[in-house]
Design a protein. Structure first.
Length: 135
């Protein structure tokens, strides 16, 4: 089942004893991708005027990196074109989405699906990331 209603997610997939819920996004390769950047860079992009005209969902997500839980801003996009492949969540992966707790860390929306009409494309995000680097 897929839903973006947080209350329904909490009811259907409550937090389990081990602190993990099952609210997830499946990464579908070229049809839908997720791209992770450092939290501050993600926040700069989100507050930019260009992002505001066509936002895409962004989740602040703790992901394991080098044995540690490190937070990333994960952009949900309609394509990976023009993006640095090393930051793209691979096809077939699943991402825990809010409301969810992963190993004691809470995932939360920076930009919720309710604020978005469509998914941004890779080239659109690539242009925004380049603009955010200049600040």
């Amino acid at each position: 089942m897929a839903t973006s209603d947080p209350e329904l997610v909490r009811r259907l997939w409550p937090v389990l004893e081990d602190g993990v819920t099952r609210s997830t996004l499946a990464v579908l390769g070229p049809e839908m991708v997720a791209f992770a950047v450092e939290p501050e860079r993600g926040r700069r992009v989100v507050i930019s005027g260009r992002f505001g005209t066509a936002p895409t969902p962004v989740v602040m997500l703790p992901l394991p990196a080098a044995g540690l839980m490190v937070e990333f801003a994960v952009f949900v996009l309609s394509s990976v074109d023009g993006l640095d492949e090393k930051f793209v969540i691979p096809a077939g992966a699943t991402l825990p989405l809010p409301p969810v707790v992963v190993e004691g860390y809470e995932a939360r929306w920076l930009v919720s699906p309710f604020e978005c009409e469509r998914l941004m494309t890779g080239p659109e995000l690539a242009r925004l990331l380049k603009t955010s680097d200049r600040r």
